[in-house]
Design a protein around this ligand. Structure first.
Ligand SMILES: [Zn+2]
Ligand SMILES: [Zn+2]
Length: 211
């Protein structure tokens, strides 16, 4: 059993997820994309204690609330090293400013392929899925995969931004996501499909990136 809540956050309508352990009340928040005061209240309302803030990747629409939510909860920010480094460069800063964003706070620790993120009795595995960005990750556990901007319902993330690669993205999706059990629930970083969530089985039938 797990506590799972989703929130639509920020101007770019990022899908953010709160996952908590019902036994210990420990939780992690994935991609706090702003509205951190509201998100901190939601966490409190669920009776959860936030241990980690996890970014599926370093794009500013997904990391906007890192600093605020960290200040409000004391949680530790986790991101893959490749995005933590790349998206604090001058080139990235110029791009993000043109979108109306600043830079994210540096992460407190890095996560990599195969790491386990432990929240109470729950354990989620880090799948490194570069392509949308070099440090994109998905989180897999308890019948769910959180896919950030790597995989959407019926589509996949764009690869024309700094450090993106279509070949790499397709390889990541086929090697890391298409191999998961068909019944795995897909929780994407934006609601771009005809339903907010999907399953790996449905995506294998309907999403051109998996076939
Ligand atoms: Zn992105
Ligand atoms: Zn996004």
């Amino acid at each position: 059993m797990l506590i799972l809540k989703s929130y639509t956050v920020g101007d770019l309508q990022v899908k953010a997820y709160l996952i908590g352990c019902p036994e210990t009340r420990e939780a992690m928040f994935i991609d706090p994309a702003g509205d951190e005061t509201r998100l901190a209240e939601e966490i409190k309302k669920q009776g959860l204690h936030l241990k980690y803030i996890v970014n599926t990747h370093g794009h500013p629409d997904h990391t906007l609330g890192n600093a605020g939510l960290k200040a409000l909860t004391g949680a530790i920010v986790l991101m893959h090293e490749a995005d933590d480094m790349l998206f604090r460069t001058k080139e990235a800063e110029a791009l993000f400013r043109s979108w109306g964003f600043g830079l994210s706070v540096p992460s407190d620790a890095h996560i990599k392929e195969g790491d386990k993120i432990q929240v109470g009795t729950l354990s989620f595995k880090v799948l490194h899925t570069p392509g949308h960005s070099p440090g994109s990750i998905c989180l897999y556990g308890h019948g769910h995969v959180i896919t950030g901007d790597t995989l959407f319902v019926g589509a996949a993330g764009r690869t024309d931004l700094i450090g993106g690669s279509l070949d790499t993205l397709i390889k990541s999706i086929k090697q890391q996501l298409a191999v998961l059990p068909d019944e795995t629930v897909v929780l994407p970083g934006h609601d771009y499909g005809d339903t907010p969530t999907s399953t790996i089985g449905r995506e294998k039938r309907e999403n051109p990136f998996l076939s």
